[in-house]
Design a protein around this ligand. Structure first.
Ligand code: HEM
Length: 179
């Protein structure tokens, strides 16, 4: 795919940054997606019958993994990916489909975080879902994303309605102060 990097509006010193951003993107997504798959397995071990010390240890490990590794890895992936959009000029259909699948992955991320908090705060009353459910919620969008980004299929046959493809010259529903 030819992007602006190939097309030439980016200066040379920015072009060599592409592999750096791509490495950061891939480093981040390995920890993000790997961590999201590991979390439901850790959550399944939140069983008060394992004893207070072990319960405390697994709860702390899950909390620290989510807040200090998985969520920062998600931020790194999204930030590096956003820079790559402009460096590689990925304004094409397969990329928009990829972003839709990323939304599903972010929703799975939020769901796992919500389960983590509700299990931790309910003193053993709330049980986490069976691990295969959140693991499937993570793996499905990841597989779709990887297929789209690695195969880069031509999805140009998808037709969007006219009103989505051209400016409608409508007013904003709020007053914008004039400078
Ligand atoms: C908001 C989130 C994301 C954005 C904005 C984004 C954006 C991008 C962009 C612009 C590229 C460069 C494509 C190219 O060079 O042709 C890229 C590469 C890549 N992305 Fe993402 N991405 C995001 C999330 C993800 C996720 C969650 C995954 C995996 C589960 C992923 C997997 C990859 C892979 C494997 C590549 C390398 C593809 C290649 O070089 O051919 N991305 N991403």
């Amino acid at each position: 795919m030819g992007g602006p990097a190939a097309g030439g509006y980016m200066s040379d010193w920015l072009t060599w940054l592409i592999p750096v951003f791509k490495a950061g993107h891939i480093f981040g997504l390995v920890f993000w997606c790997g961590g999201l798959i590991a979390m439901p397995l850790m959550l399944a071990r939140h069983d008060p019958t394992i004893g207070q010390v072990d319960y405390h240890r697994i709860r702390r490990a899950a909390h620290l993994s989510y807040t200090l590794a998985i969520t920062p890895a998600a931020v790194l992936t999204v930030v590096a990916g956003t820079w790559l959009i402009f460096m590689r000029g990925t304004f094409v259909e397969w990329f928009y489909a990829k972003l839709a699948a990323v939304v599903l992955l972010v929703m799975a991320h939020m769901w796992i975080g919500e389960v983590l908090v509700s299990v931790a705060e309910s003193a053993g009353r709330k049980k986490p879902p069976r691990p295969w459910l959140p693991v499937a919620a993570v793996c499905l969008p990841v597989l779709v994303i990887l297929t789209l980004v690695l195969a880069k299929p031509d999805l140009g046959w998808i037709r969007f309605p006219e009103w989505l493809q051209e400016p409608l010259e409508s007013e904003l529903p709020l007053a914008v102060p004039r400078l």
